[in-house]
Design a protein around this ligand. Structure first.
Ligand SMILES: [Mg+2]
Length: 418
């Protein structure tokens, strides 16, 4: 299998395009009605008519932090002790907070980036946080899958996605979002069948949990809080009929703007679809499953909705680029994109570090994964506590967050609402 560098570039660039489209300088990220966004979109002449640039369509915190992750991975290169990499990631996360003016950074990211001490041993580590389930770790992790794209890279992908994720989101709902974002990017590069990705995630969660145990940091808290992410994904995959990874996907007959809105709310922690670590990659994946390789349809599903649409847009855009490239994306959506040069340079470097160095190695065998089990739980979107949501943090910037508050609730009952 040949991996083309243009897919790496498209992944980094379209991730940022998805962010900019969902964000629309804050207007659409904080518009909670998908229908309003689609009405606005219609007036603009549809996504194909949008000229993304740094004035009217700035990238938001998602892209700034994604670039921070990529820059650390590039500087680290390979072979050195991972502690060095984690210090670099922590340094980049801390520094990138200086570039957040007008980009609506999440409260958890700001709070914990400020607390990171990259120059000290283990200064990248923070305690378990019962309120750390937001999507801020997921939105910046896709490039980890570009750095570790092959099946034999999986243990590195697990370690780096989890450690970089829990630098700000030390809760499984948060850092497993980082793991999923990275894992699915690697699956895109591997050309794994799309319907098998979710089953692959469920299977590899076992290894992720083993990693947490091996590291020995806040094991009991993490294991206890683990089930929400896993059950949410099992319920979703069962609903789409792809739990085993080798069956045809199933969508409702009618699945327009209104129906998607209800669905995204139903899978969310408490009403803002995509704002947590479990549902940001889930909504992005659902958009990819439903778009049929059509960029405009992906945008309709994953970028233009009343949830945390810049984060779901970042993730979905990146995966779309890694799968299909830029060929069917209108040039005006990306040609004047803010930070396009930086994104393409990062993509080039990530490609050369791993894929370029692999040309003389034996090509890996890519296999679909299988899993089994039952859908037993679902998200209760009536919960008042919103400690698993990045979006709530944005909506409550003025409120003081308590890292000690422990009110994560177990997900409730089956997926009939989906
Ligand atoms: Mg954002």
């Amino acid at each position: 299998m040949v991996v083309d560098v243009t897919l790496y570039k498209a992944a980094m660039v379209l991730g940022a395009v998805g962010d900019a489209l969902g964000y629309r300088n804050g207007e659409w990220e904080f518009c909670y009605e998908g229908e309003t966004i689609h009405n606005d979109l219609h007036e603009l002449g549809g996504v194909r008519n949008i000229k993304v640039d740094k004035k009217d369509w700035r990238v938001s915190d998602d892209t700034v932090m994604h670039l921070a992750t990529a820059d650390a991975l590039v500087e680290f290169q390979q072979g050195a002790d991972k502690e060095k990499l984690y210090s670099l990631v922590a340094r980049e996360y801390k520094e990138c907070m200086n570039d957040m003016s007008g980009r609506a950074p999440g409260q958890t990211c700001m709070q914990f980036c400020d607390a990171l001490k990259p120059n000290l041993p283990a200064g990248y580590q923070i305690p378990f946080n019962a309120r750390g389930g937001g999507c801020g770790a997921a939105m910046r992790a896709m490039c980890i899958g570009l750095r570790y794209p092959f099946p034999e890279d999986l243990s590195d992908l697990i370690a780096v996605s989890i450690e970089s994720g829990r630098m700000t989101h030390h809760h499984p709902t948060g850092f497993l979002g980082s793991f999923a974002a990275a894992l699915f990017t690697s699956y895109a590069i591997q050309k794994k069948p799309l319907v098998s990705w979710g089953a692959g995630l469920i299977k590899e969660l076992t290894r992720a949990k083993e990693y947490i145990r091996e590291q020995g940091r806040f094991v009991e808290e993490n294991v206890e809080a683990w089930i929400y992410f896993e059950d949410s994904w099992n319920g979703y995959l069962t609903l789409r009929n792809i739990k085993n990874g080798n069956t045809d996907k199933q969508f409702p007959e009618q699945f327009g703007v209104k129906e998607r809105e209800r669905f995204y709310q139903a899978v969310s922690f408490s009403g803002w679809g995509g704002s947590s670590g479990h549902d940001a990659p889930m909504i992005a994946y659902d958009g990819l499953l439903g778009c049929g390789e059509d960029w405009e349809e992906l945008c309709n599903r994953a970028m233009f909705h009343g949830g945390d649409n810049d984060s779901t847009g970042s993730i979905a855009g990146c995966w779309f680029g890694a799968l299909y490239g830029l060929e069917n994306v209108p040039e005006n959506n990306y040609i004047n994109l803010e930070y396009r040069d930086r994104l393409e340079k990062a993509a080039d470097d990530l490609y050369n570090i791993r894929v370029g160095s692999k040309t003389s190695e034996q090509k890996p065998a890519f296999k679909s994964t299988e899993t089994d089990g039952d859908c037993t739980t679902n998200v209760d979107n009536t919960q008042e506590a919103f400690d698993g949501s990045e979006g709530n943090e944005k909506a409550t910037d003025e409120q003081e967050l308590s890292a000690e508050q422990d009110n994560i609730e177990e997900p409730t009952k089956v997926c009939t609402a989906l």
